[in-house]
Design a protein around this ligand. Structure first.
Ligand SMILES: Nc1nc2c(c(=O)[nH]1)N[C@H]1C(S)=C(S)[C@@H](COP(=O)(O)O)O[C@H]1N2
Ligand SMILES: [Mo]
Length: 264
């Protein structure tokens, strides 16, 4: 197999779009370390297509696909981390302005969660299932982070979030930290779940602010779980309920074929 750019481009103009040779190209683009993104699973063309958000239906989308796969290799693997290691942090000057909005719907359909009636529900394997008001949550120990958010749609941005270390919150509710998962239900039908190691990671924050201000609706008011060790879709916005469980809860995108771990 030739590896130079021209031979790859040549393959792309073949109308047959030989899926097998494309897969070989894509695997080469990924090289060894980035395969860790997909765990020990064999990287499948379908999985890569989902991860990169490309349809592979014509030559142009195949080109975009290879560019995105290669971008994953070049950059994402440097930004996604081992759950025991710390993600890089940045200075205020490095923040992306304006920080992008993204959801499975447009900005006009962002849910408006009412501040006064809001109660965060806590359920599952926890000692205290009582609901929390926003003032109670705001009174928890506060931490700030400036980290990079990486979206599989092909963008990344540096933002500043403030909130309480999630491990601290789990401690306060008496969570069974030997349980496997923490699940999240959101105001907009989104849902997610993460592994307990990530839930306890020191940079996993239950955030209430963005750049020093109350988290705006578009970025997930009243709260967003922020994990710089995970891809963007793993970071739920508009969190309404948090539960601890040993039953795999899945997630909005995961249930459509995305990789569940969504990190290193
Ligand atoms: N509730 C909810 N959370 C969500 C999403 C969503 O559609 N609904 N989209 C996810 C995706 S794919 C991304 S990239 C980020 C975008 O967050 P931002 O709007 O703060 O950039 O939110 C994630 N969390
Ligand atoms: Mo995303």
């Amino acid at each position: 197999m030739k590896t130079d750019e021209s031979s790859r481009k040549g393959a792309l103009i073949d109308p047959a779009l030989d899926r097998e040779s494309l897969l070989i190209d894509a695997r080469r683009e990924l090289k060894m370390p980035a395969r860790r993104l997909f765990g020990k699973q064999l990287v499948s063309l379908g999985g890569l297509a989902l991860l990169t958000g490309c349809s592979l239906s014509d030559n142009k989308s195949v080109e975009t696909f290879l560019t995105r796969v290669s971008r994953l290799n070049d950059t994402v693997q440097g930004w996604i981390f081992d759950p025991n290691r710390l993600a890089p942090t940045y200075t205020p000057a490095e923040m992306t302005r304006p920080f992008p909005f993204n959801a499975f719907y447009g900005i006009d359909d962002v849910p408006e969660v009412k501040r006064d009636d809001f109660r965060l529900q806590v359920s599952g394997l926890v000692a205290s299932k009582r609901a929390w008001t926003l003032p109670e949550l705001y009174a928890l120990p506060h931490a700030e982070q400036i980290t990079r958010h990486i979206c599989v749609e092909g963008w990344s941005a540096i933002g500043r979030w403030g909130g309480t270390p999630f491990s601290e919150f789990l401690k306060r509710v008496g969570a069974d930290t030997t349980a496997k998962y923490v699940g999240f239900k959101c105001a907009d039908d989104y849902y997610e779940s993460i592994d307990m190691a990530t839930a306890l990671h020191p940079q996993t924050l239950l955030t209430f602010t963005y750049d020093g201000e109350t988290l705006p609706a578009k970025y997930g008011f009243p709260m967003k779980l922020r994990m710089p060790t995970k891809l963007g879709y793993k970071n739920p916005k508009h969190v309404m309920e948090i539960f601890v469980t040993n039953t795999f809860p899945g997630g909005y995108w995961v249930d459509q074929g995305y990789n569940w771990f969504g990190g290193s």
